[in-house]
Design a protein around this ligand. Structure first.
Ligand code: PFF
Length: 461
């Protein structure tokens, strides 16, 4: 049945466009904002090593599984899971896994859009020359004023959501594909320019290399591994159906393992390059790398205010950050939008996108306000709305979604279906390796890390 099904939403015009779009989804605030500060907070290279292991042992195999599932189903994650499960003789309840993904997408995009809005606002600040000669205090003040002002936070969040809505409403070819073919080359050029500057001009490139590649394992705790794994899922956009829905638009004869290899490779390189673009300039002016979420929005403007060509570099950096956030945000909006489009009798993507974007916008308003007007409200103990949503979605829902995807593809689909979709030889060594990792290693890793982080081991110890 899956052989005759075609995507209702259209297809990418080639496998390369799919790789570009999925890389656009993967490369985002997670690489340019989150990864560098997590490295800074978690002891540098030790974190990088654990993170790379998670990418290789868990991320890559699950990426292959998720694309396989998407292309087999050719629908939104909810409907793909339902039809593939039924075709494989399994329960239609597997569709719940699609719902889990759609819910995760809602939660993630609601805070992602707030941060995406900050990136847009910093493009304006760079243009205005605000960073020139800025002191540490005034940079902190600038950021805190932005975050503390409901009006600014919500205004930029609204602009960010409107951009995403505009792109997603236009559909796969005219919207998503057109956006990534323009924005992704721009993103790579900007990143390379910034790394080039860090290497050539800062004088602190060696120090940054040492920070990122010489491990100090004393900074590692149980929670560090969960953070690294959560980050691996987040940065690769795994476990919530974004990659699945992009996979649904992948033309039949394009190779899934090759595409996955490219996406994972490009995402990892971008994260490392982001570190190599950011740390040299941070060290060059004697600032600290462990500034947490403020690294990009507080520390970097100080740097841009001091170094030669800082005006231009600051502008380039924040345009880069905005572009990366937009191409990821699109993929967070697509799973729910594609589902609602499929459900609507008129099949209107425009209306579906409008409804979903408005709902997410509303949740984003709560997130944005939790940093100022509603900061007294806690959801999880000690965490405001923003931090709670980030924790629940990144550290719990994505790994859980990924675990279930690995179990479904590894254990519940017929081997012949998987082999057919992957277009590989059942006896090939690489296929066997992937199967073992997907069936055993990736699920075990996710479960162990969960158990460790939630203190389950202590119950037995
Ligand atoms: N991968 C994106 C990033 O690193 O910023 C974030 C993301 C996008 C997560 C899409 C999940 C997702 F489905």
């Amino acid at each position: 049945m899956s052989e005759t099904r075609s995507s209702l939403h259209g297809e990418w015009s080639s496998g390369m466009i799919f790789v570009l779009a999925a890389t656009g989804s993967a490369v985002g605030l997670g690489n340019l904002w989150r990864f560098p500060y997590l490295v800074g907070e978690n002891g540098g290279a030790a974190f990088v090593i654990i993170y790379l292991l998670c990418i290789l042992l868990v991320g890559l195999p699950i990426m292959i599984a998720e694309i396989t599932l998407g292309r087999r189903g050719k629908r939104s994650p909810i409907n793909s899971l339902r039809s593939v499960a039924l075709e494989e003789g399994r329960s239609a309840n597997w569709a719940l896994l699609g719902w889990l993904g759609v819910a995760a997408g809602f939660l993630i995009l609601s805070f992602y859009s707030v941060v995406g809005g900050w990136a847009l606002s910093y493009v304006l600040q760079s243009l205005l020359g605000t960073f020139q000669g800025i002191t540490s205090d005034s940079s902190t003040h600038l950021f805190e004023t932005l975050v503390a002002s409901p009006f600014s936070v919500l205004g930029w969040h609204t602009l960010f959501m409107l951009l995403l809505f505009g792109i997603v409403a236009m559909g796969v070819r005219k919207g998503l594909q057109r956006a990534v073919t323009i924005l992704m080359p721009l993103l790579f050029v900007l990143l390379i320019l910034l790394v080039g500057y860090g290497m050539a001009a800062s004088g602190a490139f060696q120090e940054a290399m040492a920070f990122m590649f010489q491990p100090d394992f004393s900074a590692v705790e149980g929670g560090t591994v969960l953070t690294a794994m959560g980050q691996a899922f987040f940065t690769l956009s795994l476990g919530m159906g974004a990659i699945m829905v992009y996979g649904a638009y992948l033309p039949k004869h394009e190779s899934i393992p090759h595409s996955a290899g490219w996406i994972v490779g490009m995402d990892t390189i971008t994260a490392i390059l982001a570190g190599l673009a950011i740390f040299p300039i941070v060290f060059a002016v004697g600032l600290e790398p462990g500034e947490g979420a403020g690294l990009v929005f507080i520390t970097l403007p100080i740097v841009f205010g001091e170094i030669p060509f800082g005006y231009l570099l600051g502008l380039l950096f924040f345009v880069l950050l905005s572009v990366a956030a937009i191409t990821s945000g699109m993929s967070l909006l697509e799973p729910a939008t594609s589902y609602l489009t499929e459900r609507r009798r008129d099949g209107s993507r425009l209306k579906a996108a409008a409804i979903i974007s408005s709902l997410i916008w509303l949740l984003g308003v709560a997130c944005g306000l939790s940093l100022n007007a509603l900061s007294g409200i806690t959801v999880l103990p000690g965490m405001n709305i923003f931090d709670s949503l980030e924790y629940i979605s990144n550290d719990i829902m994505l790994p859980l979604g990924g675990l279930l995807i690995a179990i479904f593809v590894g254990w519940r689909m017929r081997l012949s279906s998987v082999v057919g979709e992957l277009g590989v030889n059942e006896n090939g060594a690489l296929f066997k390796l992937w199967l073992v990792v997907t069936r055993f290693v990736a699920p075990a890793a996710v479960i162990l890390v969960f158990a460790n982080a939630t203190g389950l081991f202590e119950l037995f110890g």
